[in-house]
Design a protein around this ligand. Structure first.
Ligand code: PEP
Length: 251
């Protein structure tokens, strides 16, 4: 059985006070019956504070919103995997559509970042997803394949071991427009079958999250699908009550 993951991506949000309240709100709302693995990915500057608030609590893991492919050197504005590891960060989102579109990270950049995360022993959450235009022109599978192959062709299918994939249709991110359970399941199944052709064990084990306007109202339906192993949550992870509803939907 694959454990459900509910991962919050806080993006560029939060103040000292608001992140403190948010983390405490989530922490206080969790209980022993909750089955999901809960991850929070804050802005880097808030990580120290959050790790301190979680020092006596193992129910929430900390993720980074990105990581550099290089360990150190002249890479202004980047964070290395070694640095993240030193501070007990466990997961790293790579290839988020905002990184791809706004910061021009191409498939190869994403693959190199993914590999650096893997090599350091952290767990990558590799984001893939098509735009509305690509979906409407029947290119969804072509795009998802290209994004996955950038990693598989360069580093082999074995690099997907102990990794997480997030299917995030770009048209559903931050738009309030969620893929239906069926639409998401269809793509998740495509991803799992694609990996199965190369390695059945990895395909059976890999957690594939859905991301794109998940909220307390639609999480249960999505998480109920065979190949959907949880969610990568943007907006709704910034409200403790709503995020907790999503976590509870995994029970
Ligand atoms: C995201 O940014 O990864 C995301 C899924 O955002 P939202 O939940 O706000 O659509």
């Amino acid at each position: 059985m694959r454990q459900t993951i509910v991962a919050g991506n806080w993006k560029l949000n939060g103040t000292r006070d608001s992140v403190k309240n948010l983390i405490n709100g989530i922490k206080n709302g969790l209980d022993n019956n909750d089955k999901a693995c809960v991850i929070i990915s804050p802005v880097a500057i808030h990580m120290g504070l959050i790790l301190k608030l979680l020092s006596d609590f193992s129910g929430i893991k900390v993720g980074s919103q990105n990581a550099c492919a290089n360990d150190s050197g002249a890479y202004t504005g980047e964070l290395s995997c070694a640095m993240l590891q030193e501070y007990n960060v466990e997961y790293v989102i790579v290839g988020h559509s905002e990184r791809r579109s706004l910061f021009k990270e191409n498939d190869d950049d994403v693959a190199n970042r993914f590999k650096a995360v893997k090599d350091s022993g952290l767990i990558p959450i590799l984001c893939v997803g098509e735009t509305l235009e690509e979906r409407e022109s029947d290119q969804t599978e072509v795009i998802i394949s290209r994004q996955l192959d950038a990693v598989i062709d360069k580093f082999g299918v074995d690099s997907l071991q102990n990794s997480v994939i997030a299917y995030e249709p770009v048209w559903a991110i931050g738009t309030g427009k969620t893929a239906t359970g069926e639409q998401a399941q269809e793509v998740h199944n495509f991803i799992r079958q694609k990996i199965a052709k190369l390695n059945q064990v990895i395909s059976d084990k890999i957690q594939i999250l859905y991301g794109g306007s998940v909220n307390g109202g639609n999480a249960k339906e999505l998480f109920g699908k065979n190949d959907i192993d949880g969610g990568l949550i943007g907006g709704a992870s910034l409200k403790a009550d709503e995020f907790l509803k999503i976590i509870k939907a995994a029970n």
